[in-house]
Design a binder for this molecule. Sequence first.
Ligand SMILES: C[S@@+](CC[C@H](N)C(=O)[O-])C[C@H]1O[C@@H](n2cnc3c(N)ncnc32)[C@H](O)[C@@H]1O
Length: 374
Amino acid sequence: MLIEVEMEAACPAFGGSNHEEIGHAAADHGSGESYLRLRDPRTSPTPDSATQGCSVRAVNGASRDHFVPTDEIDAQIARFPSWHYEFDLRGHRAPKDGLGANRNRQEQRARYVFEPLRRAFGGSLSGKRVLDLGCNAGYFALGAVSLGCDFVLGLDARQFHVEQANFVFAAKEIERSRYRFKAQDVDDIDIGSEGPFEIVLCLGLLYHVSDPAGLVERIARINPQVLVVDTTLLPLPGSVLQLRREQPDDPRFAAREQFVAIPTRRAVESIAEAAGYSVAALAPRFSDYQAAEDYRAGRRRAFFCTKEPRLLESVEEHVEDTSAARTAWTSARWGLHLAGEALRARTPRRPGLTGQPGTEARSRSSISPTSWRP
Ligand SMILES: C[S@@+](CC[C@H](N)C(=O)[O-])C[C@H]1O[C@@H](n2cnc3c(N)ncnc32)[C@H](O)[C@@H]1O
């Protein structure tokens, strides 16, 4: 079956402006199941993960049944109560009024995650199957597809996100055989039945589950190559998990009320190492930290975890310098902060100030990681 692929670029990642066509690729895979394997004719593509204006679509030979007609796109965008990412869906913006500063956050995160992957696999994810856990509207799954992966499976506990991701992929006119989104709580399933997946993305999810070690262990069973974990961190030294009770009222959070565990940096490393991975924290060299202060402050990191240590060497330039001096400084700074909070909490309240918020409550909230955004 001949499948022709058209690539357009309007995203900053491709350096394009307005739907400039940048190339074609065609492949004859014979009969049976065919996959689109995209080859970017440019030398250094950054994935469509930044997705703004990028379109990766099958234009010939592929089933179009699931594609969304242009005149229905706006109405479908409006159908969803919230959007955590900004998408350009064939010239229609989702969400309609944009995301403001958060758009920068998501674009920076996408580059942060996909650049090392691109580097590790020689410029393309061709030949790889990708599992995106907690996929939300499919933003990172789309990044994987635009980097050329064969197939992506996205799981999210919320049906509404699965519908959103399906809509985004259909509006982007992506060939149906390249993806599947499924409503599934990662705590409930044996992901092994779907594997193997050479690449697993566990982004913005680890701190929304109650048993992060169990989750990583289960991922490791079906993941022979690379796992990327992007997570909020508890800024303490040592291998520590902080339990918090999470409510499902925010669609980015756990899908049911439960305890969730916030890991320290060392805890993430210990968990991944115990599951058989070599691990390195990635340096967030964002060009703009607007709406991404948690990355600048070290309260959030992505970790490149691999079963093939040679792949770590290939991403060396993305790896964070975690020299002892730096770690000691972070711990000392945090220790000082905690000491200050403890002192403030012990200071007796002056009479007449009883209507003010309790110092105890203030100190407790201030030692929690401050950002819970994806
Ligand atoms: C903070 S968002 C992160 C989304 C995206 N991966 C990212 O990094 O931007 C967390 C997502 O995980 C989903 N989620 C939370 N708990 C989950 C679970 N136990 N199983 C599957 N999905 C879950 C939420 O519905 C939400 O879409």
